[in-house]
Design a protein around this ligand. Structure first.
Ligand code: F3S
Length: 399
C-alpha cells in the first residue's frame, strides 16, 4: 500500500503513540483488503460505547489512546452508551455501572470526540453529503449513510473507526469505490409498505434472502412508492441486522439508484413474505409484555411528537422507554412533549437504548416497532418480543 510522507511519519510515531497505533490498525486493514492507498474522511461515527459491551479491556484500550495523545482530526460522534447520561438512576442503572460508563465517556471526551451517544448521528448534525468518504461504525447508520445520503463508508468496527478519527484517513476499499457500489440483485416489491414495522419486516426478508444468496450484498429495490426518514432508518437497521447489508439502492428514493446498472437477477417480495417475517418476530402474546420501547434506531422529533399526542392525559401501565439522542430530547423539552410524556409515566432514555443498556433478564417481554430490537432483545437480553406498528406499541404501554 502506498503511503504519503505524512502518513509515514504518523506510522513512525512522530505524532504520538495513539496516532501510531491508529496507523498500525489502518495499514493492517488496508493490507487485508488489498487497498492501494489511504483516503481522507470527513466524518466518523464510533460504536462500542456501552461499558456493558466494552468491559475493562475495551476501556483500557480507549484510555491508552487518550493517554497517548489521541485527538479527533475530523467530526466524530458516538453510538449510544449503556445509560442515559443525565437520568440513569430512573432507568434502574446501578451507581457502579454509571461510574464505569462515565470513565468510558471521559476517555472519548479527552480525545475531542463528541459524546453524542446516538445511533442516528445523521439526525443531529453529523450528516455527510453525497459522495463524501466517511468511516462509520454502527451497522444501521452505515447503511443509512451509504444508501440514503449517498456517502461512502465501509462497516467499520469501533477500533478502526477510532483510528480513522485520530488520523483523518481510511483505507480505500469496499464501498469507497464505485465498482463495489453496483447492485447484485433486483428486488421487486409487490406490497404496499407504510409503517416502520412493515419496513423492518421487509428488511428481514431481504436480509435473509441476500444471506442465502451468498455474496450478493447490494440490492436494487423497486416498487416502493414512498418512504419517510423514519421508515428508512427502520429498514436500514433491519436489513443490516438480518443480512449484513451496508448499501442498497431504492428506485425513485435513494440518490444513486438512477446511476447504477439494474441487475438482471431478480426476486419478488409478496405480502406473504412480509407477513411471515412479521410473524417470526412475535414470539409471545401481548399478555406477557412488561416492557415497551420505541426508538431503535433513535427516535426523530416527529416520532416523539406523535408519542406525546398519543399519551396526552393518559397513564402508562408498563415500563416504557423513549430512546433518542440528547439534542432531540432537548427539542422535545422545549416543545412541551417531554412534560406530556413524563406526566403519563413513560421515561426518556436519551443516550442509550433497550439493547445496549445493561438490562438483561429484567423484563419478560418487549413490545416494539423495530425488527432490529426484536432480534437483539432475545439474542442479548433474553426477552420475548411483540412487533407492532408504532401507534399500537404506544397503546400496548397503556393497556
Ligand atoms: Fe440504535 Fe440501539 Fe437500535 S444502538 S439501532 S437503538 S440497538
Amino acid at each position: 500500500m502506498q503511503l504519503t510522507e505524512f502518513e509515514r511519519t504518523m506510522l513512525a510515531g512522530e505524532h504520538g503513540r495513539a496516532v501510531k497505533k491508529a496507523m498500525q490498525i489502518l495499514t493492517a486493514l488496508g493490507r487485508i483488503y488489498c487497498a492501494e492507498r489511504l483516503i481522507a474522511v470527513t466524518s466518523v461515527q464510533i460504536s462500542g460505547v456501552s461499558y456493558a459491551n466494552l468491559g475493562e479491556a475495551g476501556l483500557h484500550f480507549l484510555s491508552e489512546m487518550a493517554d497517548g495523545g489521541g485527538c479527533a482530526r475530523v467530526l466524530t460522534t458516538l453510538n449510544p452508551a449503556g445509560m442515559d447520561i443525565e437520568n440513569w438512576a430512573a432507568l434502574g442503572i446501578s451507581p457502579e455501572f454509571a461510574a464505569d460508563q462515565t470513565r468510558v465517556l471521559d476517555a472519548f471526551e479527552r480525545m475531542n470526540i463528541i459524546t453524542s451517544a446516538t445511533c442516528t448521528p445523521y439526525l443531529i448534525g453529523n450528516t455527510p453529503h453525497f459522495g463524501e468518504h466517511i468511516a462509520w461504525a454502527e451497522s444501521s447508520a452505515v447503511c443509512y449513510a451509504n444508501s440514503v445520503l449517498g456517502a461512502r463508508s465501509n462497516r467499520e468496527g469501533g477500533p478502526s473507526a477510532l483510528a480513522a478519527s485520530l488520523t483523518g484517513i481510511t483505507p480505500e476499499y469496499g464501498y469507497h469505490t464505485a465498482a463495489n457500489r453496483q447492485p447484485h440483485l433486483t428486488i421487486n416489491v409487490e406490497v404496499n409498505l407504510s409503517e416502520n414495522d412493515d419496513f423492518g419486516a421487509f428488511g428481514k426478508v431481504i436480509g435473509e434472502k441476500l444471506e442465502a444468496a451468498g455474496n450478493k450484498k447490494v440490492p436494487y429495490i423497486r416498487g416502493i412508492e414512498s418512504a419517510s426518514v423514519e421508515n428508512l432508518k427502520s429498514f436500514c437497521a433491519s436489513v443490516a441486522t438480518y443480512g449484513g447489508v451496508a448499501l442498497f439502492h431504492m428506485e425513485g428514493i435513494t440518490p444513486e439508484a438512477a446511476q447504477v446498472v439494474i441487475p438482471k437477477d431478480e426476486i419478488i417480495i409478496t405480502l406473504t413474505d412480509i407477513q411471515d417475517a412479521r410473524q417470526s418476530m412475535i414470539d409471545t402474546s401481548s399478555a406477557d409484555v412488561d416492557f415497551v420501547s420505541l426508538g431503535c434506531p433513535h427516535l426523530s422529533i416527529k416520532e416523539i411528537a406523535r408519542i406525546a399526542e398519543l399519551l396526552v392525559g393518559k397513564q402508562v401501565t408498563k415500563e416504557f422507554w423513549i430512546t433518542t439522542a440528547r439534542p432531540m430530547k432537548q427539542i422535545a423539552d422545549r416543545m412541551g412533549y417531554t412534560a406530556i410524556i413524563e406526566a403519563a409515566g413513560a421515561k426518556f432514555a436519551a443516550d442509550t437504548c433497550c439493547v445496549v443498556a445493561p438490562i438483561e433478564g429484567r423484563f419478560k417481554a418487549l413490545a416494539t416497532d423495530s425488527a432490529k430490537a426484536c432480534y437483539y432483545a432475545y439474542a442479548k437480553n433474553k426477552f420475548k418480543t411483540v412487533l407492532k406498528p408504532f401507534d399500537e406499541v404506544v397503546a400496548e404501554a397503556l393497556k
